[in-house]
Design a protein around this ligand. Structure first.
Ligand code: DI6
Ligand code: FE
Length: 416
């Protein structure tokens, strides 16, 4: 692995680009018009038609984009990337007909990842997460959310979040950490979920927030996880600390979680297969992003589609993410998720591309710095070896990246 300081600077004038539709804020170029981007001290200083380049930038060293299509850096806004072990054995059990309950009774499920995560030290967790992160980055990801939730105690949640921060530093990628202490009930709290939620709210969250390890707070609100009332307790604790919230909402049933999250001004509600009309209306009013997770839908062989038409009609922004986790979405390609969002959920291609850039950035509260090519933003953009933007959602299993500019550095691909 190359350390971030070894990535060359992306400063200079990038030419020979074709700007994907909607890629740049305030710049709309007709098809066939050559675009240019000026990067100075790691930030975008100018973007537009090459012909309109201000004279002051004309003498900068150039990077030839070779006619590549350029989009903003991708944003993966919902992952559980840091955990011990993996659960391919459960996949086999489920294929052989075992139900989730049976898998859990055999020692599997979330709790088996909790066990493996607790057993691993920080360096081991880091080393196990590295190849997964590298896969995601190879698809052009420039910002990623990483949740805790497989430690379920102060010590082990801290370990996960510290690894998430270290990954961001090592790869020069923007990492937003989300505390998901209320992901599952740890075995030592069996039948005492009230006590566990108290621990989450009174000890774990305040301590981790004080250590600067928490950018947002999430809860798994579901019949098999935590109730609406418990979710609200966690939201109140987050609010008291000034932290934004998000929610695993209405994945398996309609719990009314989305409406609750909207009342707390949630950044996003995620999964939402069973989202009701009231939930959609509440999200619209609060400007909450709907995060669609086709990888989990696919892995669980779900058939209950999220209410895409109603979300679209209400104008709720839709993001698309991997939900990378060892149980329900061992996905390592955000482009594949864009493809699946189109094929399984019937998103349009422009919706899917906004879903892995602009709207995903908003789901993390990063809309001022990520998800667009705009003057003043850190330079995060991707050059692609494709003719048209639709190809990014069309191919699956292809890796069409030509060059990734991440946080002002050439992080991968052709150095141009
Ligand atoms: N929703 C899910 O589908 C997963 N977690 C969550 O909040 C399952 C995670 C796992 O099985 O490890
Ligand atoms: Fe998740």
């Amino acid at each position: 692995m190359k350390s971030v300081s070894e990535y060359p600077s992306a400063d200079g004038l990038w030419t020979g680009l074709r700007l994907a539709p909607d890629a740049a804020s305030g710049v709309a170029l007709e098809d066939g018009v050559e675009a240019a981007i000026v990067v100075i001290q790691g930030a975008i200083r100018w973007a537009g038609a090459r012909d309109a380049l201000p004279a002051e930038f004309a003498a900068l060293p150039t990077h030839d984009g070779g006619g590549a299509l350029v989009t903003p850096g991708l944003v993966d806004c919902h992952t559980h990337l840091v955990y011990g072990g993996q659960r391919a054995n459960e996949f086999a059990m489920r294929l052989a007909g075992a139900t989730y309950e049976e898998v859990a009774k055999a020692g599997g499920g979330i709790v088996s990842s909790v066990r493996a995560t607790r057993e691993a030290d920080e360096d081991t967790l880091f080393a196990q997460a590295v190849p997964r992160l590298e896969q995601l980055l190879a698809d052009g990801v420039c910002a990623i959310e990483i949740k805790s939730g497989y430690g379920l105690s102060l010590e082990h949640e801290r370990k996960q979040l510290r690894v998430a921060r270290r990954l961001g530093e090592a790869y020069g990628v923007t990492v937003r950490t989300t505390f998901l202490g209320a992901h599952a009930l740890p075995p030592e709290y069996a039948n005492r979920s009230g006590d566990y939620i108290d621990l989450v709210c009174r000890e774990m969250l305040p301590a981790l927030a004080a250590e600067g390890l928490v950018d947002a707070v999430d809860v798994f609100c579901e019949r098999i996880a935590f109730s609406l009332a418990e979710t609200e307790q966690v939201f109140q604790a987050a609010q008291a600390l000034g932290l934004p919230v998000k929610l695993h909402a209405e994945q398996l049933s309609d719990m009314g979680g989305a409406a609750l999250a909207a009342r707390y001004g949630a950044l996003s509600c995620d999964h939402i297969e069973h989202l009701s009309a009231d939930g959609i209306e509440a999200m619209r009013r609060s400007g909450t992003v709907a995060v669609l997770l086709p990888g989990a839908y696919y892995t669980l062989r779900d058939t209950h589609l999220p209410p895409i038409d109603a979300l679209r009609a209400a104008g709720v922004p839709m993001a698309v993410s991997t939900d990378h986790n060892p149980g329900t979405s061992p996905a390592l390609s955000l482009l594949l998720m864009a493809n699946m969002a189109c094929t399984l959920f019937r998103l349009t291609v422009p919706e899917a591309l906004a879903g892995i850039t602009r709207h995903a950035a908003r789901a993390l509260g990063l809309q001022a710095t990520h998800g667009a090519i705009a003057e003043g933003m850190p330079a995060n953009f991707v050059l692609w070896n494709v003719r048209e933007a639709a190809e990014l959602a069309y191919w699956f299993g292809q890796q069409p990246v030509r060059t990734v500019v991440r946080q002002g550095r050439i992080a991968a691909g052709v150095q141009a």
